[in-house]
Design a protein around this ligand. Sequence first.
Ligand SMILES: Cc1cc2nc3c(=O)[nH]c(=O)nc-3n(C[C@H](O)[C@H](O)[C@H](O)COP(=O)(O)OP(=O)(O)OC[C@H]3O[C@@H](n4cnc5c(N)ncnc54)[C@H](O)[C@@H]3O)c2cc1C
Length: 554
Amino acid sequence: MKLFSSHKRKDILNQLEKNSLDVLVIGGGITGAGISLDAATRGLKTGLIEMQDFAAGTSSRSTKLVHGGLRYLQQFEVKMVADVGRERAIVYENGPHVTTPEWMLLPFHKGSTLGPMTSNIGLRVYDFLAGVKKNERRIMFKPEEVLEREPLIKSKDLRGGGYYVEYKTDDARLTMEVMKKAVEHGVHAVNYTKAVEFIYDDSNKTVGIIAEDQITGETYKIYAKKIINAGGPWVDEVREMDGSKQGKSLHLTKGVHLVFSKKAFPLQQAIYFDTPDGRMIFAIPRDGKTYVGTTDTTYEGDIAHPLLTEDDRDYLLKAIDYMFPTLNISADDVESSWAGLRPLIAEEDASSPSEISRKDEIFISDSGLISMAGGKLTGYRKMAEQAVDLVINQLKDEEGILYSKSETKHLPISGGDVGGSVGFEKFREQKTEEGILFGLSKETSEKLIKRYGSNVNRVFKIYQDRKSNAIQENIDPIDFAELNYAIDYEMAYKPVDFFIRRTGALFFNRDWVVTHHQNVTNYLGKVFKWNTEQKDRYTAELEQLLKEAITPVK
Ligand SMILES: Cc1cc2nc3c(=O)[nH]c(=O)nc-3n(C[C@H](O)[C@H](O)[C@H](O)COP(=O)(O)OP(=O)(O)OC[C@H]3O[C@@H](n4cnc5c(N)ncnc54)[C@H](O)[C@@H]3O)c2cc1C
């Protein structure tokens, strides 16, 4: 059943309006997706609306790591590192197709932020706090071992390195898989639908919202016993709409990443390294590219549209030059980029954006609105558990419902029915063989299996059944299969949804987007019956983002 299809938008909106919900979540980033999944699995009738595309906010703009935040140990955020660190393994087990262990090398030089002693102790504490498996515990390297693993690292004053495991993910796809699982459990979820006004009862408690379909302009009244604001960087805007932005507020900081070709930056090994100004950033090989980030600067501009500036770019280039001096990297080597906003909770005594805690917090407004802010992608499941615990406790007091515990710890996300991390290897072998039988190359089969996990059968089937259709549309049959899967099972609607959130191609395969976007847009236009103005607008939107990814503003 295609429960999460863009063809069903109207039906889903009608369902949201018709059903009186227990919980309505505002925001379809990882926080909202996680909350809706937790709520639905505890039997709560749940809805979710997202004003852009799912994950179009911060949840497609992170460093794309499921990590415990080793750096935060320096700020003595022990509890947060322990909680988030432990979540890594859970996220991995429940979705091994979208999360991959990645050994990270932490080089230290004379005068580094973290020296050999601190790194050794820090990594040992990290292993302990995060409950790391024996075969994944940290190893300490001598300088020559560091250079063996990554010859591009600055050899001058190199004192050694720490080697430890983090996990690489695709943040937007992780969000999508959580969202899809939530929908499987009965959540009515829809993108391009904005909460524009709250509805109150006589005692000024929120009982619903007015939602506006951003595509048709139609409005809907959606009622729910509890409303959760998971608006990420927009949390304060949503609170303002409720007239309840009091007490703590957000401090948004911008983080930028740059993407390079393997030719310009032939990195073999993921590195977590010092910057000249005493911060730490990542350089990570991925999909035949290398990406580097991030910056951390206070942000006050348009929340929906943070941009790469020349200063951001130059800061990262300088940092690369500092740690990889033989590369001679330049601005011309930047192939793509992205910028995201951290929805941090403001702290008066933080001396710089990097000093602000990443911990999450829940605010409860007088109107009853529950807002969840801060946190990390990695900790989404635990954050969701906390938010839904609160709701369940409130409903227990107000309506006498039975208390129930979160069930997501051992619940595979969509695509994750592969037998956990151990089973995934076998699954991958089996499905690769099937893909080859369908006429796909080994490489393509593996790429699709990593991207879709146990849902790959559906993509294979579309590929098999609709080859001639694809050729008519001038689209490669594999791309066509992914595109139709995205439309029918992941609610993709616009070209940007497909090229950014469903495939990550605008970041890691920009040339492919440039070559193919017109045919994809033509097809989407035909499927959704767009008029010329719509088609031009959505084309322009994608072209603008393609341009911005390589053209920083002053
Ligand atoms: C540069 C950077 C690097 C990071 N790296 C990592 C990392 O490697 N690992 C990690 O664990 N974490 C990382 N993080 C943190 C992580 O990305 C965020 O904590 C997480 O993505 C926040 O998710 P969210 O759902 O709260 O917010 P968002 O993803 O922004 O979702 C909020 C959603 O609410 C929607 N919304 C807002 N208002 C309304 C409304 N009125 N109606 C309907 N919808 C609305 C928005 O459109 C948006 O999609 C990073 C963050 C940044 C910025």
